[in-house]
Design a protein around this ligand. Sequence first.
Ligand SMILES: Nc1ncnc2c1ncn2[C@@H]1O[C@H](COP(=O)(O)OP(=O)(O)OP(=O)(O)O)[C@@H](O)[C@H]1O
Length: 336
Amino acid sequence: MTRDSAAPEVRVRDLTVVYKTPAGELPAVSGVSLTLTPGTITGVVGESGSGKSTLALSLLNAVQPPGRIAAGSVEIDGLGDVLHLGGEDLRRTRGRKVGYVFQAAQSSLNPLKTVGKQLLDLGRSHDVADLRALVADAKALLARMGLDGARVLDSHQHELSGGMRQRVGIMLALVLNAQVVVLDEPTTALDMITQATILRIIREVHEERALTTLVITHDVGAVAEVADDLAVMYGGRVVEHGPIAEVLGTPRHPYTQGLIRAIPRLSGDISLARALPGRPPTLGTLPVAGCVFRERCDKRMEICETVEPETVTYDGRTVACHAAGRPAPVKRREYA
Ligand SMILES: Nc1ncnc2c1ncn2[C@@H]1O[C@H](COP(=O)(O)OP(=O)(O)OP(=O)(O)O)[C@@H](O)[C@H]1O
């Protein structure tokens, strides 16, 4: 595990992001606090609609209408609270300080320009002095990901397959040497073997460049291979967060337990793999009080109906569940 002091810490605090809907503004991310330890890769998992992409966009202050960051802060060492950045400061931060591949990256390339031209535009817009070195770095990154760099840079978007575009997206996220990198579903268009290779390369580059990285994915099995820490999201909350081996090895939240049971690769026995019953909530069906997971929870108690569980940290693990239990308080011996 790399814990390089040069890598920045990212501190998300009490972040709430709402989307305007016909039923009013509803929260997609609710009061999330999450610290990304410098030099680590944090995986974020959770079913569709749990708020993963909205959280990722918030790290770049890039939530678009009908969305709005309603509360909270995102402090990055050396940058301050990115939610207070605007205009030119924000433009300079994105890409150069915080590299990113968004889920839509596959279609975000400009169809009219070659990848190489877009790379040069990116370099110029961030005042990169040595554009030759930038191109050489881009080619080297593409080559590591199994592509012919020169050919890709000469290509237009339509000449590239989905998997190739995805790798171009990863290259663009890394090439400006940002120290915080946010990857939202970076490998979904890739087959299993290529996916594993790309994740390994992300890990290598992460270590070489002393990054702090956030990787969002549906695939708990895939992220288990690369991440140091794991954050599990449900209904706009981070319900569990901690070192990945511990979260996967001894999950404390019933949702994490259910996610793991559903994956034969992790549960160890295909005959024991069981899909999580029910469906995740949408913005409109999220319960307004109590625990957001209770409808699907096998450990549901009376208190879960009315009281939202507090997020409690112990043994380096953060869990928000009434049933997860807490360590018994250490009794202080009273001395006379
Ligand atoms: N532009 C939007 N307008 C209205 N609601 C939105 C918008 N974008 C996202 N949402 C809602 O916010 C919630 C969180 O969405 P988000 O995309 O952040 O989740 P996710 O975990 O990344 O899901 P997925 O894995 O499907 O991308 C969902 O209920 C989604 O429908």
